[in-house]
Unconditional design. Structure first.
Length: 201
């Protein structure tokens, strides 16, 4: 047996770009033409290929920096490394970093206009300091903890957080707010409904 034959993988994944694009278009149809979808392609698009998936559903299309021209799709990634990988490949779509960003990397996230999850008062203070120093705006999406218990701002800490956010107005810009539902796939579960109730409070 040849060495090349021994090194071949026994399993692989084949992804149809046509089917992937079709699924995205169906989701867009249900969401409505005025709604911008964020495609979560973290962790190498769950093993399906970060760049291939991004390019297929809307990457490389054009510059979406103008508010008059909304993006076709946002991309949600796990880390600042994945965000840089998309940017260095030429993707100009808005990118939201969902995972933890080490404090030494926050300045780079702000400078590159990466959006990122914010759920911690210490990080909020650091973002305000860095944004002011860099003469940039930290574009953040506030994550609320409602019951998954991975990361997020606890309900009891919201008032303190909001006061600090108000002080940071102009440097830290909240673009959105979200939570992580634990089991929306289970139609019989009521837990995600309880989470939604906490979020709406």
């Amino acid at each position: 047996m040849k060495k090349s034959q021994c090194s071949q993988h026994k399993t692989w994944v084949e992804v149809s770009k046509r089917a992937l694009l079709h699924n995205f278009q169906v989701a867009q149809k249900y969401a409505g033409k005025d709604v911008t979808i964020m495609a979560i392609i973290k962790s190498n698009a769950y093993g399906h290929g970060l760049l291939d998936v991004a390019k297929t559903i809307g990457g490389f299309a054009s510059d979406f920096s103008s508010e008059a021209k909304p993006p076709i799709v946002w991309f949600g990634v796990d880390s600042i490394e994945e965000a840089f990988l998309l940017k260095k490949t030429g993707i100009k779509n808005p990118i939201l970093i969902l995972g933890y960003i080490p404090k030494p990397c926050l300045a780079e996230a702000i400078k590159n206009r990466f959006r990122f999850a914010l759920y911690n008062t210490d990080v909020l203070k650091e973002c305000a300091r860095l944004a002011k120093k860099l003469h940039k705006k930290a574009l953040v999406h506030i994550k609320i903890e409602t019951g998954t218990y991975r990361q997020g701002l606890m309900y009891a800490d919201i008032s303190k957080f909001a006061a600090l956010l108000q002080k940071a107005a102009g440097t830290v810009v909240p673009e959105g707010m979200y939570t992580h539902f634990a089991d929306t796939e289970d139609a019989s579960s009521s837990y995600y409904k309880e989470q939604l109730h906490v979020f709406e409070k």
